[in-house]
Structures are given as C-alpha cells and as structure tokens.
Design a protein around this ligand. Structure first.
Ligand SMILES: [Zn+2]
Length: 151
C-alpha cells in the first residue's frame, strides 16, 4: 500500500444531502434550503480543532446542475499567535458550488450529483473553512502577548 505523509491527510467530514425529490419533482428555479448544525471534534492542523459547523445551504435546481449556496458559521479551537493561549474562534465561509446532474465526470471545478441522487457537502465546507483559518490568529486585537508581567 502507498504510504502518504500523515501531515497532508485532509480531515474528513462526510455529509450528504439527498436531492432526489428536487430533481425528480422540481422544475428549473425550484429551491431547497437545508440547515446545517454539526458538532465536531476535527483536527484541521497543529493549532486548529474544528468544533462546530452551522448555517445553511440553499440549493437551486438549474437546467443541468444544482447550484448550492453555502452560508456557514464555524467555531474552532485555536492558539493565539501572540500569547500562545488556546481560545475559541468564530469564522464564516460564504461560497457557492455547482453539482452537475446526470454526468459521470466532473468538469472544471464543478462537482457531481452522485448516482444515488446525493450531493457531498462535507468536503467543500472543509475546504472553505480551512481557507478562512488565519495564519496568525489573535485571541484579541489588544492581545499583548507574553509580556504581561514586565509593564
Ligand atoms: Zn493572545
């Protein structure tokens, strides 16, 4: 078996939405809003642990695809880059994805509605959350780091 460095292994958060009814009974322009509220304990990297994902995804049926508009809030436990204390950080990710209907291969950056009429939303959410995680998070704008005693 091929051994990949563990460091680069993406955490997984499998989450699927059934879109069978939307496709079978819907007409172009029909919408479906799905609430998301997940408690997690997912290590993203050395400093960040994803604890909670909430928000919603609005699905719109188009001619050949489903447009998914995500409005996601998340809570992550992270480490302040200045004082090195752990704290909880809230962030948001607002983004779109398109899922092609009735295809077997994706094109460009589009995804697919799978053969069971489901769409996978965990991976795009994680991708966008990870993009939103700052390189140098601060517990507060006023954080004075570890120099608290020498004033
Ligand atoms: Zn701090």
């Amino acid at each position: 078996m091929k051994k990949e460095p563990e460091k680069f292994e993406l955490p997984t958060f499998p989450a699927k939405i059934d879109v069978k009814n939307l496709i079978a009974k819907g007409k172009v322009g029909d919408r479906l809003k799905v609430e998301i509220d997940e408690k997690l304990n997912l290590r993203l990297d050395e400093e960040n642990v994803l604890k909670e994902i909430s928000g919603n995804v609005q699905l719109t049926l188009l001619e050949q695809e489903i447009l998914a508009q995500f409005d996601i809030n998340y809570l992550a436990k992270t480490v302040c880059a200045r004082c090195l204390k752990e704290y909880s950080r809230q962030g948001e990710a607002i983004f779109d994805r398109e899922y092609l209907i009735g295809r077997r291969l994706p094109e460009d950056d589009k995804l697919l509605v799978d053969k069971n009429f489901q769409i996978e939303i965990g991976e795009p959410i994680l991708e966008e959350v990870m993009l939103d995680v700052p390189m140098k998070p601060l517990c507060s704008e006023k954080c004075e780091g570890m120099t608290g005693n020498d004033k």
